[in-house]
Design a protein around this ligand. Structure first.
Ligand code: TYM
Length: 331
C-alpha cells in the first residue's frame, strides 16, 4: 500500500473546525487505501509558548480527537512524535542540507517570528520545517494530507528529499501534497479573508470541544456580506461562501444543492440551520473524546503500539540515511 503521513500540533485544548475539515476528514478517508501514519507533533509544539503539564494533557486530547474523528488504530498507526527518536535525528541531517536563505523564506516562520518578536522566537521556529520534512520522509510517504497553509513546507520537503537523493543516492520517496480543493482553507467566521486559526482565535474560531451552545452562537453571529442572495462566490461573498463550504462538508450536501435549497431565504436561515448541523456533529464528537480520554490506559496503549510500529519503519529509513551520509555504524 502507498503511505500517507500527517500530523497536528497539540497546541490548544481542542482542534478547530479548520483542522477537522482541512485535514482530519481527509486522513480518515485516506486510511482506507493507504498505510497511514498520523502523528501528534509534540516536538513542533514547543516552538511556541507551552506549559509542561498542559502539553501532556493536550497531547492525549489531540490523539483522542483523531480517534473520535474516525482514525482507526487497527488500520492506521497513531503516534506521538517524541516517542520516536528518529524524527529529531533525521531532522538534524536535513537541517544541515537546508540553506539559511531557503529557511528564511518560509512564510510561516516569517509570520510567527514577527508576531512573537526576536526575543520570544526560539531557533526552533526557524528549523521547524526541517523537522516536518523529517516526519514525512522517515515513513517514505507518498501523500501528505494537509490544509493549504502547509503547502510551502511540503515544497521544501520535496526539495530536501530530491537534494538528498541526488547527493547521496536514492533514499527517500518524494512526497506529494494532498490538498483538497474546497476545504483546504476554512476561513475565520469574523474575518473571512483570513484562515480560521488558533492564533486569531476568538469568536471567529470554532473549537470542536467547546460547549456546542457557544459554537452555535458564533455561527449565528458570523459576519455575512452585503446583499441578501445565498450564493457561492468567494470574491464577492467571502462570509457566505465560507459558511456554504462548512455546511456542505458537515452535511454531505453539495454547495449547489444548498444554493438551491436556500434560494429566496435569508442569511439568518442559513446560519440558524448551520448552527444546528454543527451541534449535531459536535455533540457526539465531544462525548466520544471524553470517553476516550477517560480511559487513559487504553489510550496510552494505542499510542504505545503506534510508537512501536513507527519506530520500526522510521528506524529503517534513518539507518539508511545515516549510512548514505557516511556516518560510521556503531559496531
Ligand atoms: P497544525 O497543527 O497547525 O494544523 C493541523 C492541520 O490542519 C490544517 N489547517 C487547516 N485546514 C483548513 N483550514 C484551516 N483554517 C486550517 N487550519 C489548519 C493544517 O494545514 C494542518 O494540515 N506543521 C503542521 C504539523 C505537522 C505536519 C507534519 C503536517 C508537523 N509535521 C508532517 C503534515 C506532515 C501544523 O502546524 O499543522
Amino acid at each position: 500500500l502507498p503511505r500517507v503521513f500527517s500530523g497536528m500540533q497539540p497546541t490548544a485544548d481542542s482542534l478547530h473546525l479548520g483542522n477537522y475539515l482541512g485535514a482530519l476528514t481527509q486522513w480518515v478517508k485516506l486510511q482506507e487505501t493507504h498505510d497511514a501514519f498520523y502523528c501528534v507533533v509534540d516536538l513542533h509544539s514547543i516552538t511556541a509558548d507551552f506549559e509542561p503539564e498542559v502539553l501532556r494533557q493536550r497531547t492525549r486530547v489531540t490523539a483522542a480527537q483523531f480517534l473520535a474523528g474516525g482514525v482507526d488504530p487497527e488500520r492506521s498507526t497513531l503516534l506521538v512524535q517524541s516517542h520516536v527518536a528518529a524524527h529529531a535525528e533525521l531532522s538534524w541531517v536535513l537541517t544541515c542540507l537546508t540553506g539559511f536563505g531557503e529557511a528564511s523564506r518560509m512564510t510561516q516562520f516569517k509570520d510567527k517570528s514577527q508576531r512573537y518578536g526576536t526575543d520570544r522566537s526560539g531557533v526552533g521556529l526557524f528549523t521547524y520545517p526541517m523537522l516536518m520534512a523529517a516526519d514525512i520522509l522517515l515513513y517514505q510517504s507518498h501523500r501528505v494530507p494537509v490544509g493549504e497553509d502547509q503547502r510551502q513546507h511540503l515544497e521544501l520537503t520535496r526539495d530536501l528529499a530530491q537534494r538528498f537523493n541526488t547527493r547521496f543516492g536514492e533514499t527517500f520517496v518524494v512526497p506529494e501534497p494532498y490538498i483538497v480543493k474546497g476545504t483546504a482553507k476554512i476561513y475565520d467566521l469574523q474575518t473571512p479573508d483570513k484562515q480560521m486559526s488558533k492564533s486569531l482565535g476568538g469568536s471567529g474560531c470554532l473549537y470542536l470541544l467547546d460547549e456546542p451552545k457557544v459554537n452555535a452562537k458564533k455561527i449565528r453571529s458570523a459576519v455575512t456580506d452585503t446583499g441578501r442572495e445565498i450564493r457561492f462566490d468567494p470574491a464577492e461573498k467571502p462570509g457566505i461562501s465560507n459558511l456554504l463550504t462548512i455546511y456542505s462538508a458537515l452535511s454531505g450536501q453539495t454547495v449547489e444543492q444548498l444554493e438551491a435549497a436556500y434560494d429566496g431565504k435569508g442569511y439568518g436561515d442559513l446560519k440558524k440551520d448551520l448552527a444546528e448541523v454543527f451541534v449535531e456533529f459536535a455533540t457526539p464528537f465531544r462525548d466520544k473524546v471524553r470517553q476516550i480520554v477517560a480511559d487513559t490506559e487504553g489510550l496510552d496503549a494505542v499510542l504505545a503500539r503506534g510508537a512501536e510500529r513507527a519506530r520500526t519503519v522510521a528506524g529503517e529509513t534513518l539507518a539508511t540515511a545515516y549510512d548514505r551520509v557516511g556516518f560510521l555504524p556503531a559496531k
